[in-house]
Design a protein around this ligand. Structure first.
Ligand SMILES: [Zn+2]
Length: 263
């Protein structure tokens, strides 16, 4: 079992995962991460993104990478109501063209971004006027109160290394707000290797609640809060009940954790 680049976890035992559809995923027997094997190289991922991050999409302020604006509005409202206090500084890791940053600014939040795509970064800086970094080493250590990673970690070749670095950018007592598709969701179970989130070729790591918690703890975060939180809660009692039931059973589509930096 060869792994061409530094893997997302360093455990040796990998087991086949999907038997149809995306059959290049394997599950780590030790930590439960489901990884693409071989993991694409950074250059291969860049080629996938280059096709998605077309100039037209960036100029219009939208890319295929970003969550829908309804979900981002829900996150912005949640962050302002529950995770932020006045004067706190937020960094959105993987900010894309800056949709969430814009919503947070409208709500009075001091927010900066980090984006590895040069095109999206330029849009976010030039059209939206945000302070956007290309890499974490441009961000001063212990300078941020809250870091958001909305549907980002499933894209990372080495989430372990990134999360370790993310934590150092947080002030002691600062928090990481992280969301990712749930590989144990009802949809994922029904669709197997044809699950929409698995078929996105830039998704290279798939998480469930325990593997995400384990990764956060392994990278020094704690305490953890698993939010039973649905970002796309639309109105209607029946929808609300179905959503709550899915959340209670661990079958919801999105995992959401708040992880503290003990300092
Ligand atoms: Zn592992």
């Amino acid at each position: 079992m060869s792994r061409s680049v530094k893997p997302a976890c360093l455990h040796p035992r990998l087991l086949p995962w999907f038997d149809r559809g995306e059959t290049d995923f394997q599950r780590c027997a030790d930590c439960g991460l489901v990884l693409r094997v071989p993991m694409p190289t950074a250059a291969q991922l860049d080629a996938i993104y280059a096709a998605l991050y077309g100039g037209e999409q960036i100029r219009s302020g939208r890319t295929n990478q970003e969550s829908g604006s309804f979900a981002l509005e829900q996150y912005a409202n949640h962050l302002v109501a529950h995770e932020l206090k006045p004067g706190m500084r937020l960094l959105d890791y993987g900010c894309g063209s800056g949709a969430l940053l814009e919503m947070l600014r409208q709500r009075g939040v001091d927010a900066i971004g980090l984006e590895t795509s040069a095109g999206a970064r330029a849009f976010c800086r030039e059209q939206r006027g945000f302070d956007v970094h290309a890499a974490l080493d441009e961000v001063a250590p212990a300078s941020v109160d809250l870091i958001t990673m909305i549907e980002v970690i499933e894209h990372l070749i080495d989430p372990h290394a990134v999360l370790e670095q993310v934590r150092t950018r947080l002030k002691p007592g600062g928090r990481l707000f992280v969301t990712t598709p749930n590989r144990r969701s009802l949809r994922a179970r029904l669709d197997g290797g044809h699950w929409r989130e698995a078929t996105k070729k830039f998704h290279v790591v798939l998480f469930d609640d325990s593997s995400l918690a384990r990764l956060l703890e392994a990278t020094g975060f704690g305490p953890l809060r698993h939010l039973r939180y649905s970002p796309v809660q639309r109105p209607g009692a029946a929808r609300w009940l179905f959503s709550r039931a899915q959340q209670a059973l661990g079958l919801a589509g999105t995992l959401c954790f708040v992880a503290g930096n003990p300092g």
